[in-house]
Ligand binder design. Structure first.
Ligand SMILES: NC(=O)c1ccc[n+]([C@@H]2O[C@H](COP(=O)([O-])OP(=O)(O)OC[C@H]3O[C@@H](n4cnc5c(N)ncnc54)[C@H](OP(=O)(O)O)[C@@H]3O)[C@@H](O)[C@H]2O)c1
Length: 258
């Protein structure tokens, strides 16, 4: 039986990945901080799909907490076939703030942990000649919106580099770049959900399906929905001044939101 490990698999996009993977026949390893919620989701998915569901309680911002996850990914007797680096959170902090603790935490969870866990999974998968690593980026990689955009651009570039390094090994690395998704992210970051046209909102289960299908097809970048693919194409090809103007409007509107 194939196994998938999903970080942040208890809520939002991560839970959608866990559900989609269980539906596709994978046993699961779920990683998050909240132990009781991990248990709840594990019971729900076991009952719904009859799969094995392990849980690992870890704060991905704490370096020592990564060790049991690295061990699980490296365990040749219990191979992990799919890794989804999804855990993360929204950032609503000024780049000029004196206290950068939240920025450091964001980079630990959404960059350093992704780097370390991708490396551990990549080594084990390369030795077996197969496997999939999905890293959750965002369309924010193309919209300049504080450190969150820089982090999501890092995830995108890192995954492209990883895919190149793994080329020909049988292991696929894919970055999925969703538009806005209705999850707990905005509430947890203490920001109101932005007022956006309907098309800009993407369903979490569509994000998971699009990412897993793209990885299976050997694609390095997955952008869910046709409209977002068109928007990303435009942001990629339009003059820099225009994409800066779009980003500036978004940054100013967020500042006046408080
Ligand atoms: N929502 C959007 O509009 C959107 C759009 C594009 C990309 N994304 C990306 O999608 C990913 C998932 O976000 P979401 O919207 O699904 O948010 P969410 O509903 O708040 O879920 C976040 C998940 O990550 C876990 N998590 C957070 N911090 C963690 C830490 N330090 N250590 C371990 N686990 C942690 C949470 O569980 P615990 O709290 O129990 O740890 C939870 O399971 C993030 O990388 C985000 O940047 C979101």
């Amino acid at each position: 039986m194939a196994t998938a490990l999903v970080t942040g698999g208890t809520s939002g996009i991560g839970k959608a990945f866990a559900t989609e993977l269980a539906e596709r026949g994978y046993d699961l390893v779920l990683v998050a901080r909240d132990a009781s919620r991990l248990d709840e989701v594990a019971i729900e998915l076991r009952d719904r799909f009859g799969r094995e569901v392990e849980t690992l309680r870890a704060d991905l911002a704490v370096r020592d907490d990564l060790d049991p996850i690295i061990d699980r990914l490296s365990d040749a007797a219990r191979p992990v076939d799919v890794l989804v680096n999804n855990a993360g959170f929204g950032l609503n902090a000024s780049l000029l703030a004196e206290d950068v603790a939240i920025q450091e935490r964001a980079m630990d969870v959404m960059c350093t942990a992704v780097l370390i866990l991708s490396g551990a999974a990549g080594r084990a998968m390369k030795a077996r000649g197969q496997g999939i690593i999905v890293n959750v980026s965002s369309v924010s990689a193309w919209i300049i919106k504080g450190n969150y955009s820089a982090i999501k651009r890092w995830v995108l570039t890192f995954t492209q580099a990883l895919a190149l390094e793994l080329d020909g090994t049988g292991v696929q690395a894919t970055a999925v770049c969703p538009g806005w998704v209705k999850t707990e992210l905005h509430e947890r970051a203490g920001v109101a959900r932005p007022r956006l046209p309907g098309w800009a909102w993407v369903d979490a289960s569509e994000v998971a399906r699009c990412a897993l299908d793209a990885a299976a097809a050997g694609k390095t970048i997955a952008v869910p929905t046709r409209k977002w693919r068109a928007a990303v194409w435009f942001l990629e090809h339009c003059p820099q001044a225009l994409s800066r103007a779009v980003s500036s409007r978004i940054t100013k509107s967020r500042r006046s939101d408080g």
